[in-house]
Ligand binder design. Structure first.
Ligand code: SAM
Length: 338
């Protein structure tokens, strides 16, 4: 029935606010080998059992249906996506889905020395790598693991391999890593990366988020402008919500992701598939539909398609997060995938 609300579909999913929905983020696992203070709840070791994750077969079926509906970009995230067993053979099968020509990965970078060549061979060219500090000891304090040099070697390897979009994601936390803003700015001058500064969001319960630790984009930008002129860079519609700039003569660029101070909901083209197989229309709204239950009770392709359509029609106009108002969602970042 719901297809009638999309008269000109099969392949353009418009939501109730006329946003074209083309991008699916998939949390492949909630497991991670880091326990970053901004992401992982304190003293929480609850992990999904393997059987609670969608199997690769289930994921491929869902993605194939989503692509027929108009999704053309998929991001693998987590938890740490590269920790999931046999992830490479899954990625190869994903790249074979007709119509899906943009597959990206968000990773903490700890496994890239092992994976970069195979990822490249599998056809992946775009990676986002989380890195919140350039100081090894601080890396351990933020993430709970002494793995800075592993991540840094992974980043260098990815550069040599020839991935053509490498984005470095730094979650900016006042009093934790904001004294490194200029160092990260310099990284964008010296290296061909897009260095992205992300506002710290209050997501999930019992993370270390506090109003004092939150730093708005305007302040981050001002600090960087002390280094020199930042000129705006035009980006394509597939390149996400970052406002992109470049220092004169820089090898790379700077991106600002400001979900709190400058909401980009009006341009949001995303759906999220959580690691327990639930489809979600907004990072910050705990409203989900259990696709796994539908799949495992013999649901048809039409049933799955209808869940996509309902989820899109119910996608909220915007999230309710505001500066100074720590109302958050309860879902865990590792299960939602960021
Ligand atoms: N393990 C991978 C990684 O570290 O990039 C993928 C999962 S991680 C949840 C995805 C993204 O979410 C990362 O770029 C991370 O920095 C971001 N993130 C997690 N918690 C956040 C928070 N509270 N505020 C802003 N960004 C956050």
């Amino acid at each position: 029935m719901q297809q009638d609300k999309f008269p000109d579909r099969e392949n353009q999913l418009l939501d109730s606010f006329k946003r074209s929905i083309t991008y699916l983020r998939i949390s492949l696992t909630d497991r991670c080998n880091l326990r970053c203070i901004y992401c992982t709840p304190k003293d929480d070791h609850a992990k999904l059992a393997f059987g609670e994750l969608l199997t690769y077969e289930e994921l491929l079926r869902i993605v194939s249906i989503a692509v027929r509906l108009g999704i053309n970009k998929v991001r693998l995230t987590g938890g740490e996506p590269l920790l999931r067993r046999n992830v490479l053979s899954f990625i190869k099968r994903l790249t074979a889905i007709p119509g899906l020509n943009d597959i990206r990965i968000t990773t903490n970078g700890t496994c890239l020395t092992d994976f970069s060549r195979d990822l490249y061979t599998a056809g992946i060219r775009k990676l986002n790598i989380s890195l919140d500090t350039l100081k090894p000891r601080r890396f351990e304090q933020i993430s709970g693991a002494d793995l800075f040099s592993k991540v840094w070697s992974g980043i260098q390897e990815v550069k040599e391999q020839g991935f053509y979009t490498v984005k470095i994601n730094m979650v900016v936390m006042r009093g934790v890593n904001d004294d490194e803003l200029v160092d990260f700015g310099r990284l964008s001058i010296d290296e061909p990366f897009q260095v992205r500064f992300i506002e710290f969001m209050p997501i999930g319960e019992k993370t270390s988020w506090s109003n004092e630790m939150y730093m708005p984009m305007e302040e981050i930008k001002k600090r960087l402008e002390s280094m020199g002129r930042l000129s705006p860079v035009k980006t394509g519609s597939m390149e996400g919500p970052a406002r992109v700039y470049r220092f004169d003569g820089a090898a790379g660029a700077i991106g600002f992701i400001s979900p709190v101070s400058h909401r980009f909901c009006s341009k949001c083209n995303r759906l999220r598939l959580t690691s327990e197989g639930r489809l979600r229309s907004c990072l910050l709204l705990d409203r989900e539909t259990d696709l796994k239950a539908i799949l495992r009770s013999g649901g048809s392709d039409e049933d799955i398609k209808n869940v996509f359509i309902e989820t899109i029609l119910n996608k909220p106009e915007g999230h309710t997060l505001q500066e100074g108002n720590p109302v958050n969602c309860h879902g865990r970042m590792s299960r939602i995938g960021g």
